[in-house]
Structure formats: C-alpha cells, structure tokens
Design a protein around this ligand. Structure first.
Ligand SMILES: [Ca+2]
Ligand SMILES: [Ca+2]
Length: 206
C-alpha cells in the first residue's frame, strides 16, 4: 500500500517537473521556466505593453522588459565541437539549442572567442570541390568563416561536414539569423570528432 502511494506520488510529480520547462501559461512563446529566469511576467504575454509578445521579443533579440526598440541586451552563441551542438543565450540565459555540423577534422572550425562581423542574407559558396549557390542565413564570425544554413545534407548533430563553417538546418538558421546582430559574441570550444558517439547523440535526443 505504502509503495502504491509512493508510485502514485512519483507519477504526479514527474509530469510537473518534466513539463515546467515547456509550460507556457500565457502562450507568449516563452516557457514559464525561461520567464522566471529572464524576469518577465508568466501571466502576461506582453510584459512591457509595447504590442509585442515576450517570446517574439526575446527570440528576435529585443528586450521584453522595455518598449525600447534598440537591441541593447547581450546575446551570445556557443558552439560545442565535440557534441556538434550550438547553444544561444539572451542576457546569459540559455534560450535555445540546435544541432550543427562543423568543419571536418582536416579543416576544423576555429576555436576561440569571436564577434559576428556581418549578416548576409544569401551567399554563393564556391571553392575547390564545392559549389553551393544561394545559401541562406549567413553570419560571418571570422573572415571566411560563417554560421549558415545548409540545404545539401542532414547530418546536423551527427558529424562534422564542412570546410570550417558551422552548418545549420534552414529552419533553425533562420531563427538564429533573426536573433543575432553584428557585434554579438560567438564562442567555439571542444575537440572536433570524426562522428558524435551514439550514446551522446541519444542523450541529446538528436
Ligand atoms: Ca510564457
Ligand atoms: Ca512586449
């Protein structure tokens, strides 16, 4: 009987903890967990009453707590080469993650701290052995190195694929492009693997 009660309590508490991260009471596109971290109102979709929802503001790099139209908050991207994952931060709060394919072991993505130099809507990538025209959503973070959309493969999160750029699925690349601006920080770290080990890929649900 005692165990039955414990099991019932466990199954009541499990969904509460599991769904806290995805629950969005005011349906403004920002989870309750993120609203708590960012200081916005969980029960008001437009915390600063400027006509734009909190989620819309944060994911386009705007301040949800000020009607100011300037994008003054700190934005940062981290690229984990070992896990082939990209994380992005608004005011030091991680607001999203996406699988990526970085440079091959023979031509790895450079490690270190960089800043976005410029945003370019469309780039034609042409070089020895590759010709990738009309590539969308390009963010140059070091001369000739970009975070950019990639339409020619689907190996994101599984293995490195590029000549040094960070390849991102189009739907995610567009989001990142809208979030970031020139001057934002990019940090690249970790060791480039030949493949991401299955157990890591599974743990990350990729
Ligand atoms: Ca919300
Ligand atoms: Ca607002």
């Amino acid at each position: 009987m005692r165990y039955t009660i414990l099991i019932i309590i466990f199954f009541i508490l499990l969904p509460i903890s599991t769904f806290a991260a995805v629950l969005d009471i005011d349906k403004d596109g920002l989870s309750d967990a993120l609203e708590t971290s960012l200081g916005t109102d969980l029960n008001n979709p437009d915390s600063d009453a400027d006509g734009y929802k909190d989620g819309q503001e944060v994911y386009t790099g705007h301040d949800p707590l000020s009607p100011d139209k300037e994008k003054t908050s700190a934005r940062r991207v981290e690229v984990d080469l070992a896990k082939q994952q990209l994380y992005y931060f608004y005011n030091n709060v991680k607001i999203g993650a996406m699988p990526v394919s970085t440079g091959l072991v023979s031509m790895p993505t450079p490690k270190g701290k960089f800043t976005i130099m410029r945003k370019v809507p469309v780039v034609n990538y042409i070089g020895p052995g590759y010709n990738l025209p009309n590539t969308k959503w390009n963010l140059e973070f070091k001369r000739h190195y970009y975070l950019h959309g990639a339409y020619w493969h689907n190996q994101f999160g599984k293995k490195p694929m590029s000549h040094g750029c960070v390849n991102i699925a189009y739907k995610n690349a567009e989001k990142l492009y809208n979030f970031l601006e020139a001057g934002d920080e990019v940090v690249v770290f970790g060791k480039t693997p030949h493949h991401v080990p299955q157990n890591i890929a599974k743990a990350l649900d990729i």
